[in-house]
Design a binder for this molecule. Structure first.
Ligand SMILES: *[C@@H]1O[C@H](CO)[C@@H](O)[C@H](O)[C@H]1NC(C)=O
Ligand SMILES: *[C@@H]1O[C@H](CO)[C@@H](O)[C@H](O)[C@H]1NC(C)=O
Ligand SMILES: *[C@@H]1O[C@H](CO)[C@@H](O)[C@H](O)[C@H]1NC(C)=O
Ligand SMILES: *[C@@H]1O[C@H](CO)[C@@H](O)[C@H](O)[C@H]1NC(C)=O
Ligand SMILES: *[C@@H]1O[C@H](CO)[C@@H](O)[C@H](O)[C@H]1NC(C)=O
Ligand SMILES: *[C@@H]1O[C@H](CO)[C@@H](O)[C@H](O)[C@H]1NC(C)=O
Length: 456
């Protein structure tokens, strides 16, 4: 009961609000206007009662952000008095009570206040007062922003700071944003912005700051206007120096080439501007510059002698250098096939382990299968041994001569949960002839002592 009462109360209250809303005699569709300088602005008012049934009297007044207040228009149904100072600036719409400002100036900003008294003919003596306030901002549209670079030239990584300023010729209340490669830049350890975001300060500048920058200027009446793209060039490096060769055989930093083979070595590094390269030969005591440039051509006949080489990359702007050392071994690699063997040698321990493991696993599987399900009997029937032999009951090891034959390792698809499963699967194999089978062993001789089982 109480709940019902409460619901009823709630409904009444909601209805009350509704009736209050509908009892509004005037409505202002928009109470905030972002006006553009030089453009007209209509402060629209909807009148929700028949003007013929009432007397009205009211004013429009303007309060500037500074606080000074001016009465612009005073009106009744019959007469309108506009402040003489604003005669050519304002227009009061008679049927409704909307106000138009012909040409917005920056000093037209502020709050516009409508005060309206209504007296209905059917209820004389009772005056209804309606008051509304409309907030107006006036902005000049933003012109295309321009970036000023400081310094104007390319900068060196880690050594320089960058201060870029974005400015507009026209526009009020301008907000700035910065984009690098079309991604918005946010303040970070190295990226700082001035209070209004018009200045971008990068300290220190780094390789990853390289890119195309835009600044975006906007205000309430202009969508984001983009500046022309501006490049930030950062000198950096060399980084990630690497020596590569298409010839010979590479193992880590050791290159092996055939005697008499002409081998090319290429040095590469990430650097801006591109760095210069020096190739240096290191003999036991001395180092000697062999050549300059990214490529080294070598032909060596000195067999089995390791020679040390060095590629030195130098960036003459950052004054940084990096070196990559490698060893050259001249050895007969032969043709491609032998190369393969050679390659095999380098991974031989792993290969040996793999082969051994496979062998051991195979042996274990064989033992397992023999112990648990005597695949021989099944298999022999596959190979059409005489029927009489097949029907003889056996334990599996009575006679070694019977063990003579072709043994198969049968891979059964799916999980082998237990020995029983595998036995059944093997039995099924008789009917399923197209199953994968692998021959792993052929016993080539009949053991002389018949008492020994093969697997014992
Ligand atoms: C108010 O009246 C003017 C002039 O008749 C009209 O242009 C304007 O649309 C009206 N505004 C509303 C909100 O009815
Ligand atoms: C008087 O007239 C107005 C408009 O015609 C109407 O909204 C209002 O309800 C009337 N009031 C009374 C008491 O009849
Ligand atoms: C870069 O800015 C840092 C402070 O952020 C200052 O210590 C350093 O001296 C500036 N470097 C140059 C080259 O102006
Ligand atoms: C400056 O830019 C950042 C993001 O780029 C933004 O979050 C912040 O509001 C901006 N500040 C001003 C004053 O525009
Ligand atoms: C290497 O240098 C040492 C001393 O610096 C010198 O005694 C030796 O003879 C040099 N060896 C060669 C092969 O040049
Ligand atoms: C730096 O090296 C480049 C070639 O790699 C050369 O063109 C340039 O003149 C050099 N600059 C200086 C300052 O040495």
């Amino acid at each position: 009961m109480e709940a019902v009462g409460r619901t009823a109360l709630l409904v009444c209250w909601a209805l009350g609000i509704l009736t209050e809303v509908t009892s509004d005699f005037i409505h202002i569709p928009s109470i905030v206007h972002h006006g553009t300088e030089g453009k007209p602005l209509l402060l629209s008012v909807e009148v929700h009662f028949p003007l013929d049934d009432a007397e009205i009297q009211g004013t429009w007044s303007h309060t500037r952000p500074s606080g000074s207040r001016t009465t612009l228009v005073t009106f009744t149904k019959e007469a309108t008095i506009t402040d003489m100072m604003y005669r050519n600036h304002l227009h009061f719409e008679k049927p409704n009570v909307s106000l138009t400002i012909w040409k917005l100036g920056l000093d037209d900003e502020g709050d516009y206040h409508l005060s309206l008294n209504i007296e209905f003919h059917n209820k004389t003596g009772r005056v209804i007062k309606e008051e509304r306030t409309v907030h107006v901002t006036v902005d000049a549209p933003v012109s295309a922003p321009v970036i000023q670079k400081y310094p104007s030239y390319a900068v060196v990584e880690d050594k320089a700071n960058v201060t870029w300023t974005c400015s507009v010729e026209r526009g009020t209340r301008v907000a700035f944003q910065w984009l690098r490669n079309n991604i918005l830049l946010a303040p970070s350890k190295r990226h700082h912005f001035s209070q209004d975001n018009s200045t971008l300060f990068i300290s220190p500048v780094r390789k990853e700051d390289k890119g195309t920058y835009h600044c975006v200027a906007s205000n309430p009446v202009s969508p984001g206007r983009h500046s022309r793209p501006v490049e930030l060039n950062v000198y950096y490096g060399p980084y990630n120096l690497e020596v590569n060769s298409g010839q010979g055989l590479r193992t880590g930093e050791v290159f092996t080439i055939n005697p008499g083979e002409l081998a090319f070595f290429d040095c590469q590094a990430d650097s801006n501007p591109p760095n210069s390269y020096l190739w240096i030969s290191k003999s036991r005591n001395s180092t000697k510059v062999i050549t300059e440039g990214p490529r080294l051509e070598l032909m060596s006949y000195r067999l089995a002698q390791a020679e040390e080489y060095l590629c030195r990359a130098f960036n003459n702007v950052t004054q940084k250098q990096e070196e990559a050392q490698f060893t050259l071994v001249v050895a007969s690699l032969g043709t491609g096939r032998e190369k393969h063997i050679q390659e095999g040698h380098s991974v031989s321990p792993l290969a040996v382990i793999t082969v051994c493991s496979l062998f051991i696993i195979s042996c274990m599987l064989l033992v397992f299968l023999r112990r648990n399900c005597h695949p021989k009997r099944v298999l022999m029937s596959i190979y059409n041994r005489p029927l009489s032999e097949q029907k003889k009951p056996r334990s599996g090891h009575e006679d070694a001569t019977e063990d003579f034959g072709i043994y198969e390792f049968v891979s059964i698809p799916g999980k082998m949960e237990s020995a029983q499963v595998s036995c059944r699967s093997l039995a099924r194999l008789e009917s399923v002839q197209d199953m994968h089978t692998t021959i792993y062993d052929v016993i080539r001789h009949v053991p002389e002592t018949q008492s020994h089982s093969l697997l014992n």
